[in-house]
Write a protein that binds this ligand. Sequence first.
Ligand SMILES: C[S@@+](CC[C@H](N)C(=O)[O-])C[C@H]1O[C@@H](n2cnc3c(N)ncnc32)[C@H](O)[C@@H]1O
Length: 213
Amino acid sequence: MNLFPDHLDHYITINSENEPALLQQLSRETHQKILQPRMLSGHYQGRVLSMISKLVTPKYILEIGTYTGYSALCLAEGLQKDGELHTIDTNEELVDFQRRYFNESNFGNQIHQHLGNALELIPQLKPNFDIVFIDADKENYSNYFHLIIDRLKAGGIILSDNVLWSGKVLEPLKKDDVSTNAIIAYNKLLKNDDRVETVMLPIRDGLTISRKK
Ligand SMILES: C[S@@+](CC[C@H](N)C(=O)[O-])C[C@H]1O[C@@H](n2cnc3c(N)ncnc32)[C@H](O)[C@@H]1O
């Protein structure tokens, strides 16, 4: 979901950095061949992720939810020369697609794909992270937070996508709507946890930045 009307959204996008050619190609192929292409971060949010990463200059990035690799490539743009981005996804069918684009970028050797459930794989990863991007199953956002908070360096940031969940966070709550309930609980968790300071940004479907104190 985009929060702004189309013409305002367009204005914001064309007055931001251009989308790199490789990402245009990745986006096009995702829309042609892969189910649910709206999951891809896209031009504007991708440039925001790239900018945040360049400001942080991370050594280690963790991404939960690779999909076709768009946001991984955006975040990798800020990596230090010897930095690493670890990205996790359960979908085996996307692994070759992702690798093809990672190899065409300047960051092929720095991006490490992990296939499986992030809840099981995160404890097996060695580094402590400077940036964690959470963009997978909404029901587990709070579980991801608890898993990674002690693995986040002081001053490191968590980026959480879809925190407005198409505006459903403001609608009357249905008990059986597991995802919306989970996102609302997660937003409260970030606001109230003393270990982080948090700002919610009205970007696309809502993107929260939480900085570890
Ligand atoms: C919204 S998409 C990620 C989009 C991507 N970050 C981007 O911006 O281009 C969510 C992805 O999370 C993956 N996923 C869902 N549950 C997962 C889990 N428990 N562990 C790892 N990945 C998961 C899905 O397979 C899907 O590819």
